[in-house]
Design a protein around this ligand. Structure first.
Ligand code: DOR
Ligand code: ZN
Length: 424
């Protein structure tokens, strides 16, 4: 099986390539990059006007299966990934049952096989994500988890968290942490500040996130464990990570398009549709996130794709679940908000969404190096379009970006040499 992608502009940050090149794929792997390649008998794909980049790697996705199939399934979530140019994703463990044992890891992986998406379930840190007893990290590692996290229900007990870090380090697994102090945020719906006051609701303060980031950094420094901070949302949080990195702490972090695009005021316009944990913050925070993306304090752009049903999201703000879908809009929002505004070069946006997240988990992905699995996204970086939630492959329609004009459109997604998504 030969596939020849011709005339595209290849951007592969891991190899420092940015050039008009052809890409030859043979038996699911990258066989050659070069100018005007020929391959008799190959299927041809004309990529004129398109960027040819590594398939996107999304470290933070809620696929909901098993247990919450009304919100999403592995199949629908992976179809959404393909539409978004994502070929590898890390699935969060807050399912029912949670991904706290090898059987569930294997179940999710098996369901993902026919989709063509490389799904890596993260292992839960504690049994049932109850924050009481550590799971069997070694068994989870053998089943293929790339990292451990209790995202959705993060550990609050510091003795247990420290023990988890020491055990994770022993096994060479990173620990991914959703940072928010539970007592401070409870089940509150919005950021604490002008908007929570206007709505007369209790808020989730920025300090609830920042204290836990600081705490995690201190524990990472003491234990030597690689700690990865999930979906960072505040300027000060970014600064804590920046300073920790400068003194050599093994800490990395990710953010999401909502945190560099929207502020808390979105809740006034869209109610529960703009409810997410951590919450949308202030303009100063948005600027802090953008600065962190520009100077390398932030390592990856992820989605925190968190589908919920229309019924759930129609509830009054205090009762609706938190989260928004993101797989089908992340590349366009990143290009629109970071590249088209002149903040980042195109290659940097691609790195933040492919090579950098892959390398921080030690995955053999996120590059077009010869011999690697042929996972690619082909996109028009400039095409203008309007986000329409009714066209999503995801079951989730919960996006605050419905109706938003963006620039940059996925045309083809290729996984292990097979076209798994083609626009139109
Ligand atoms: O907004 C969120 N939704 N944040 C989380 O941490 C969990 C997620 C979910 O599972 O819905
Ligand atoms: Zn989370």
């Amino acid at each position: 099986m030969l596939l020849l992608i011709r005339n595209g502009r290849v951007i592969d940050p891991a190899q420092g390539i940015e050039d008009r090149l052809d890409v030859l794929i043979e038996d699911g792997r990258i066989a050659r990059l070069g100018q005007t390649l020929s391959a008799p008998g190959a299927q041809m794909l004309d990529a004129s006007g398109l960027i040819v980049a590594p398939g996107l790697v999304d470290l933070h996705v809620h696929l909901r299966e098993p247990g919450f199939e009304g919100k999403e399934t592995v199949t629908t979530g992976c179809a959404a990934a393909a539409r978004g140019g994502v070929t590898t994703l890390v699935a969060m463990p807050n399912t029912k049952p949670s991904t706290d044992c090898p059987d569930i890891v294997r179940l999710v992986r098996k369901k993902a096989v026919p989709t063509g998406i490389n799904v890596l379930p993260a292992g839960a840190v504690t049994v049932g994500q109850k924050g009481e007893q550590l799971t069997d990290f070694a068994a989870l590692k053998s089943a293929g988890v790339p990292a451990l996290t209790d995202d959705g229900l993060p550990i609050q007990n510091l003795a247990l968290l420290r023990q988890a870090m020491l055990e994770a380090k022993r096994l060479g697994l990173p620990l991914m942490d959703h940072c928010e102090d539970k007592d401070m945020v409870q089940n509150f719906a919005v950021n604490e500040g002008a908007v929570s006051r206007q709505l007369d609701l209790p808020g989730r303060p920025a300090i609830a996130e920042e204290l836990q980031i600081m705490r995690d950094v201190m524990l990472a420094e003491e234990t030597g464990t690689h700690v990865h901070i999930c979906h960072i949302s505040t300027a000060k949080g970014v600064d804590i990570v920046r300073q920790a990195k400068a003194r050599g702490v093994r800490v990395t972090c990710e953010t999401c398009p909502q945190y560099f695009t929207l502020t808390q005021e979105e809740v006034l316009r869209q109610g529960a549709m703009a409810r997410v944990n951590p919450p949308l913050r202030t303009q100063a925070d948005v600027e802090g996130i953008r600065a962190g993306l520009a100077d390398g304090a932030i390592d990856a752009i992820v989605t925190d794709h968190a589908p919920h049903t229309t019924e759930e999201k129609s509830r009054p703000l205090p009762d609706a679940p938190s989260g928004m879908v993101g797989l089908e809009t992340s590349l366009a929002l990143a290009l629109t908000g970071l590249y088209h505004t002149g903040l980042l070069p195109l290659s940097r946006v691609i790195a933040l969404m492919s090579s950098s997240p892959a390398s921080l988990l030690g995955l053999d992905r996120g590059t077009l190096a010869v011999g690697r699995d042929a996972d690619l996204v082909l996109f028009d970086p400039d095409e203008a379009w309007v986000i329409d939630k009714n066209r999503f492959a995801s079951k989730g329609r919960n996006t605050p970006f419905h109706g938003r004009a963006v620039q940059g459109r996925v045309k083809y997604t290729i996984s292990r040499g097979t076209i798994i998504y083609q626009e139109g």
